[in-house]
Write a protein that binds this ligand. Structure first.
Ligand code: AMP
Ligand code: MG
Length: 317
């Protein structure tokens, strides 16, 4: 097997030039963000977008999030309205994606947005990806760096494993949050299409209106909201108090004993720590060869709501 470490690019000034060259050639590369690792390519190039869809084996109707360094670049491609500015000021750069109207003269390729009239944009906070975005004269189309419907990667080695070492990945450490961004729709009725670290309450406090989380969608608004997603690929059972020894038991809080088959998301009952551990445990459990996963109840507040959302999708058949 090819040495996987050869595919992990250390971030320094010499390699920054190398990374920029790769992206300018319309090649794709794994990049760190504070949410999860992404698979980035030039959003103005059909060939790089094609590569992203092909490598991920992603359904073409599932639009990609477009990542920008700052507003100067974004405003050329999308319509920025009042509500956008309010939320942007408070939470960007950071783990929130905005669905906005695409401008007629936008250079984002229709293929990146599944031919929709809207675009999902984000301003990631991770320092490494920001330094890269700053050097580019195009935004990056960047979905999570995993095969479609699989577990999102939170460190460079995860990306190497996902794509069997075919993709180079820039080392930006372990993703600080460990769960995908909140997707906030600002076209038509404002609502959340995918829960994340930024909660509806936080958005309500800024916009001063009630924000709903859309559960089911008739049309494809946000395929991250497809039921089967984020999955370790083995049966998962939720809200369990006990678990047979032969299965993996994902727990939360100090009351659960440390056993060989237990994976405690946070002994301190800290939901941010739990979010960061979730995908790490999914991968470990899969590697250890467990055939089933039982999960205890996780509090449904703050980022806990997003954790429960991913657990529900991962456990859906
Ligand atoms: P990922 O593939 O993990 O990066 O997730 C991207 C999420 O953003 C998916 O749920 C997409 O469907 C959603 N998304 C991106 N662009 C749009 C858009 N224009 N409208 C609705 N959802 C979008
Ligand atoms: Mg994804």
């Amino acid at each position: 097997m090819k040495n996987i470490y050869l595919n992990i690019i250390k971030f320094n000034s010499k390699n920054l030039n190398k990374i920029i060259k790769i992206l300018k050639k319309n090649d794709i590369i794994g990049l760190p963000t504070e949410t999860v690792y992404g698979l980035g390519g030039n959003a103005y190039s059909n060939s790089s977008i094609e590569k992203i869809f092909n490598v991920k084996k992603r359904f073409k109707k599932n639009p990609l999030i477009i990542h920008y360094y700052d507003l100067n670049h974004a405003k050329k491609d999308v319509v920025l309205d009042k509500n956008f500015y309010k939320i942007y000021k408070k939470f960007s750069p950071g783990p929130i994606t905005f669905i906005l109207k695409k401008k007629n003269n936008s250079r984002i390729k229709p293929l990146a947005c599944a031919n929709l009239k809207t675009v999902g944009i984000r301003f990631p906070k991770n320092k490494v990806v920001r330094k890269i975005l700053k050097e580019l004269n195009f935004p990056l189309a960047m979905p999570s760096a995993n095969k479609s419907s699989s577990i999102s990667p939170i460190k460079p080695l995860d990306v190497c494993e996902e794509f069997k070492n075919k993709i180079k990945v820039v080392d930006g450490g372990v993703s600080k949050i460990g769960l995908e961004s909140t997707v906030l729709n600002l076209v038509g009725k404002t609502n959340i299409l995918r829960p994340g670290k930024i909660t509806p309450k936080q958005i309500e406090n800024v916009l001063k209106t009630k924000i709903r989380i859309s559960s089911k969608q008739k049309t494809i608004k946000s395929p991250g909201s497809f039921r089967k997603h984020y999955s370790p690929g083995i049966p998962m059972f939720l809200n369990k108090k006990k678990c047979p020894k032969k299965y993996a038991f994902i727990t939360f809080g100090a009351r659960y004993p440390v056993t060989r088959n237990s994976f405690n998301l946070s002994r301190k009952s800290n939901l941010n720590e739990a979010a960061k551990n979730l995908y790490k445990y999914f991968r470990n459990i899969k590697k250890k060869g467990y055939k089933k996963i039982y999960v205890t109840k996780i509090p449904n507040k703050g980022i806990g709501y997003a954790i429960n959302d991913r657990l529900k999708r991962a456990s859906s058949k």
